[in-house]
Design a protein around this ligand. Structure first.
Ligand code: IMP
Length: 179
């Protein structure tokens, strides 16, 4: 695949599909080892994590369940600033071993919000698995327990990640083209 235009931006191939698959293999192997006998609940964060969740699930050999949530962000009153809401958590997670599945962890503010929201429901444990992690952009203390691929601080699409709705279907990972 060569250069792809999405809306106003050009993207070029960055990580081939095979490398993404191999990285997901490694995360799955770790989950298969760490969670044997624990029946974890995987919680995918929509929209971007649909791809990672599906690819990971088909590699898991342990008993496990999957569900999805969405983080809605909107601007509240001037005093409250940006407000987030966790939508769609219908499962009881009290006492469960939870693994949050993220497409990408960038500054970490989304994962911070999700961890705080989940803690209110008293899970037995919560760990995080991310398809992509930008360590140079990360501003939180929370460890990202299972990272498929570390990437530099560039805007990327493909394998579930989008630019304004487009590019989620592209295989592998593409990064924004240098001007
Ligand atoms: P954070 O809260 O800064 O960690 O950002 C997390 C969210 O921002 C992700 O779930 C994505 O929706 C979006 N995001 C961050 N970096 C990228 C990127 O390079 N490509 C596409 N979406 C991104």
């Amino acid at each position: 695949m060569s250069r792809v235009r999405l809306h106003d931006l050009d993207f070029v191939p960055f990580i081939p599909e095979g490398e993404v698959a191999a990285a997901i293999d490694r995360v799955a192997a770790r989950l298969n080892t760490d969670y044997t006998g624990w029946r974890p609940l995987l919680i995918g964060v929509l929209n971007g994590a649909f791809f990672f969740a599906a690819e990971l699930m088909k590699r898991l050999t342990i008993e496990c369940e999957v569900t999805f949530v969405k983080v809605a962000s909107y601007h509240g009153t001037r005093s409250t600033g940006k407000v987030s809401e966790l939508i769609g958590l219908s499962e009881r997670i009290e006492g469960r071993h939870v693994v949050v599945l993220e497409d990408i962890v960038d500054t970490g503010s989304t994962i911070r919000y999700i961890m705080d929201a989940l803690a209110e429901h008293h899970p037995a444990s919560v760990r995080i698995a991310a398809l992509l992690f930008k360590p140079d952009a990360y501003k939180q203390e929370i460890p990202i327990d299972f990272v498929a691929l570390n990437i530099p601080n560039a805007f990327v699409v493909g394998s579930g990640l989008d630019h304004d709705g487009l590019g989620r279907n592209l295989p592998g990972i593409l990064k924004i083209a240098e001007p």
